[in-house]
Design a protein around this ligand. Structure first.
Ligand SMILES: [Ca+2]
Ligand SMILES: [Ca+2]
Length: 191
């Protein structure tokens, strides 16, 4: 193929755009109807924002967030953000992951809880109903050199997350999917 055609073909490749928003459904105002919420993440994974109902009227501030999940807590529904923090991080070390719980009240986004940290550093998180009681648990993947690795389940207590159970698992390799995890009492296991 002549080089001019190769160049034209390369130049015609579309630029990679920002990632598609994550669509979430949560009843943030407690009226019994779930709102349609979208999380827009920057391509660098360092910040993001939420839009309620997709009309721009309920646009959040820009958070230092890389991920968002809808959560059904016993006290109501909310959005849990995976957020970068430098609190307690020494100079030269990378930012750590933490969690914020945000809601939508009185026509604006409010930060209900800005977590300092969980018991241990984590690499990823999800909100899932692990025991089938209709309330979501927080489950995190812990994978830090020199530390116990695996999964840990937490419950929202209204003021933060309380640890419930752990499942030891290798850091890499046989990665367990969130949907395979089950909780029975204080036992976390892989189905
Ligand atoms: Ca609602
Ligand atoms: Ca549950």
């Amino acid at each position: 193929m002549p080089i001019c055609f190769v160049l034209v073909a390369l130049l015609a490749q579309p630029e990679p755009g920002p990632p598609a928003p994550t669509q979430l459904f949560a009843d943030l105002d407690g009226d019994g109807t779930r709102e349609d919420v979208r999380f827009f993440a920057a391509a660098d994974g360092q910040r993001g924002f939420l839009v309620r109902d997709g009309d721009g009227a309920g646009t959040s501030p820009i958070y230092p967030a890389y991920k968002a999940e809808a959560a059904r807590f016993s006290a109501g529904e909310a959005i849990v953000l995976g957020v970068w923090t430098r609190k307690g991080v020494r100079a030269g070390e990378p930012a750590r992951r933490t969690l914020w719980v945000v809601g939508f009240e009185g026509g604006r986004w409010v930060e209900r809880w800005r977590g300092s940290a969980l018991a241990r550093p984590f690499t990823d998180f999800a909100l899932r109903d692990l025991d089938g009681d209709g309330v979501d648990e927080l489950v995190v993947h812990e994978c830090e050199a020199g530390a116990r690795t695996g999964f840990a389940a937490y419950r929202w207590n209204g003021f933060g997350f309380s640890g419930v159970a752990r499942l030891a698992a290798p850091c890499e390799g046989a990665r367990i999917r969130w949907d395979e995890l089950r909780l029975e009492g204080d036992r976390l296991w892989r189905s």
